[in-house]
Design a protein around this ligand. Structure first.
Ligand code: TXA
Ligand code: MG
Length: 315
């Protein structure tokens, strides 16, 4: 098991020595290494069992650093960064040559984000390099939102978990790329479409791609617990699956069944997002055969939750 603590100096020293450290962000915990050190980056791919065609996000200390690692930044990208960084937004931009090929899987673009978490920003500010950090979970599984989640699955693969408490947003960043300088959403996430469109107008959404996905978050089966997830109308599903031992994942309704997780009894999609990955993990541990789940309202962060529910149920 990895050590869990709040020691920024220790995290800094490990990272400077080329080791991996799990870091808190407002979205999910990341498995971080020196983005400019190919050996450290290789360790990330190995620890996650992640295919090398899946590029990593580079985390920077503040907005201005984007110009160190990216060039030809579209005007709308500048506007989004100014409005939403630090925050749950990743911008896919033309990369400069100082970013190793392994980080971008050989693409000529790089995903960059300035995370909004006090501990991690302090850590980033103390380092002379940015941090490459995918979500700190084995490839394809549910992302971690607490230090214990990280320790459960990757505890033997890293030495230190920087403890920043439970993640406030709870769902991965929204990823936006640019085609002919127009924004395209590659992954729905912790920054809602409504907030994005209020700044840049209507955006194109390309979150599904079965062949050659730009972001593996676009793979149909991803973010999946090990148990079978069935998505639909829970009341009907409880009848259809009456012969099986089931657990229910609902938005706000109490179905009065022995195993259930209600995401937000008050019906708040932000709260539901914050608790969503914990819900999937907790339900995955129950002695049940199937997880019967319903969609949440398709507004705000509800879109990102529904996207992950669909992928989880496609496994
Ligand atoms: O909230 C988050 O984004 C978290 C925290 C730790 O920052 N990170 C995260 O990383 O979710 P990861 O590796 O699990 O997902 C990153 C996604 C991948 O699907 C990857 O393909 C996509 O970002 N991505 C990274 N660079 C890209 C690029 N140049 N073009 C297209 N997609 C890219
Ligand atoms: Mg991930």
């Amino acid at each position: 098991m990895a050590e869990i603590g709040k020691d920024i100096t220790k995290a800094k020293q490990l990272l400077e020595a080329g080791e991996l450290v799990a870091i808190p962000t407002e979205t999910v915990y990341g498995l971080a290494g020196n983005a400019l050190d190919v050996t450290a980056v290789t360790k990330i791919f190995v620890a996650k069992n992640r295919p090398e065609f899946d590029p990593l996000i580079v985390h920077i200390a503040d907005r201005a650093q984007v110009n160190v690692y990216a060039e030809n930044i579209p005007e709308l990208a500048q506007q989004l960064a100014e409005r939403f960084w630090p925050g749950p937004l990743t911008l896919v931009l033309r990369r400069k040559n100082n970013i190793p090929d392994l980080v971008t899987s050989g693409l000529d673009t790089v995903g960059i984000r300035c995370p909004d978490h006090a501990l991690t920003r302090e850590l980033l500010q103390s380092l002379s390099f940015p941090l490459a950090a995918p979500s700190a979970n084995p490839f394809g599984y549910v992302s971690p939102t607490t230090p214990a989640h990280v320790n459960d699955q990757l505890g033997d693969k890293l030495s230190y978990i920087l403890d920043g408490g439970a993640c406030e947003v709870g769902i991965e960043s929204t990823i936006i790329g640019f085609e002919n300088d127009a924004p395209v959403v590659f992954r729905m996430g912790g920054l809602s479409l409504e907030k994005i469109e209020a700044v840049v107008g209507k955006v194109h959404i390309a979150t599904h791609s079965s062949s050659n996905p730009k972001a593996p978050g676009q793979l149909v089966s991803h973010y999946a617990p090990r148990k079978k997830v069935i998505l639909g109308d829970v009341k009907n599903l409880l009848k259809d699956y009456a012969k099986e031992v089931s657990a229910v994942l609902s938005f706000k309704t109490n179905f009065n069944v022995p195993h259930q997780f209600i995401l937000s009894p008050s019906g708040n999609v932000e709260e539901a997002a914050q608790r969503f990955f914990t819900a999937l993990r907790d339900l995955d541990k129950l002695p049940v055969d199937v997880i019967l789940a319903e969609q949440v309202p398709n507004v705000g962060l509800g879109r990102a939750i529904n996207d992950r529910l669909h992928r989880a149920s496609a496994a």
